[in-house]
Design a protein around this ligand. Sequence first.
Ligand SMILES: Cc1cc2nc3c(=O)[nH]c(=O)nc-3n(C[C@H](O)[C@H](O)[C@H](O)COP(=O)(O)O)c2cc1C
Length: 359
Amino acid sequence: MITAHSVPQIAHTMSAAVDPATTTSAASGRRGVVRALSVAPMMARTDRHFRYFMRRMTKHTLLYTEMVTMGAVIHGDRDKLLGFHPDEHPIALQLGGDNPEMMAQCARIAEDWGYDEVNINVGCPSDRVQNGNFGACLMAQPERVRDCVAAMRAEVSIPVTVKHRIGIDDIDQYEDMARFVDIVRQADSDRFSVHARKAWLQGLSPKENRNIPPLRYDEVHRLKREFPDEVIEINGGIKTIEATNAHLEHVDAVMIGRAAYENPYLFATADRDVFGDGDADIPDRFEVVEAMIPYVERYYAQGWTQTSLVRHLLPLFHGLPGTRIWKRTLSTKHTSLTPGQVLQLGIDEVRERLSRRAS
Ligand SMILES: Cc1cc2nc3c(=O)[nH]c(=O)nc-3n(C[C@H](O)[C@H](O)[C@H](O)COP(=O)(O)O)c2cc1C
């Protein structure tokens, strides 16, 4: 079924200036457009090559960077940390930090680099992040998050958004999350993206904190009901377009993390089936690979390694006959081949495998 998602409280004014598969938020003071679907920020995953790859399958989905700390943005190698290809739009930079002035400076840098949104990480529970007083521990400091949002919003005109958890440690009741949102929204945060489980700051690793605390979708749906003017995005354990559309009956947007990485082709139908874009092209997997070949050749010539350029494509044939030969071809060291030639060899092998199965 082809559906353009209609969510209560969001005006469906199509702006000629923006892509037609988005809606403009009716909520006063909100910036930007509401995108029904995003790929979550993931360290060591959502780098520029992954994002370009995802763009071969979906034009409308919002893509996030990996988290970059405010210190790195200010003092680090910006070409390396912030560089992206123009095709990656719409793209959001996720920041880790807690200092309003520095976060505002980072937001300015992000806007100057052409990012479409800047997002604050209030969800990561790692020790390193806690030691820097950012990530999930900021759930206990909503005034500080509000002050960051306010300083950033005063500095830039792109949306400033927050990604957070349901709660942390013993600050984990629905009312605690509602209080967090109620305080942060004083600064007109443009979206709240909620990973629908709490985090334990001590005793669980970041990985365990993504799996062990139970998902509490109802509380995110309730947040939208009780804060109808806020743009609310749900995240955590969502793996299919059908599940995405079911959540969109309750919230404004859905964010998918691991399933995007483990089964990227899932996004090939997102433009049509989530964003309601009837003209969307749905490339097959071979076309996706072919579209990547000139890109990987170009970046290889600029010094990127073969592994960094092809690794994100490994799960493209997820669940299909041919996936093993595809992965094996891409993982083998081919010293005499360029990454584009490796991808070509990979699809030739898969095609041959499929035709042998068919005959
Ligand atoms: C490898 C990995 C790295 C992650 N890095 C980040 C990050 O940099 N910033 C962030 O806010 N969340 C990060 N997350 C959490 C995801 O954005 C997301 O909230 C979480 O995986 C739950 O969504 P999912 O069940 O759809 O994967 C990461 C998750 C994974 C698996």
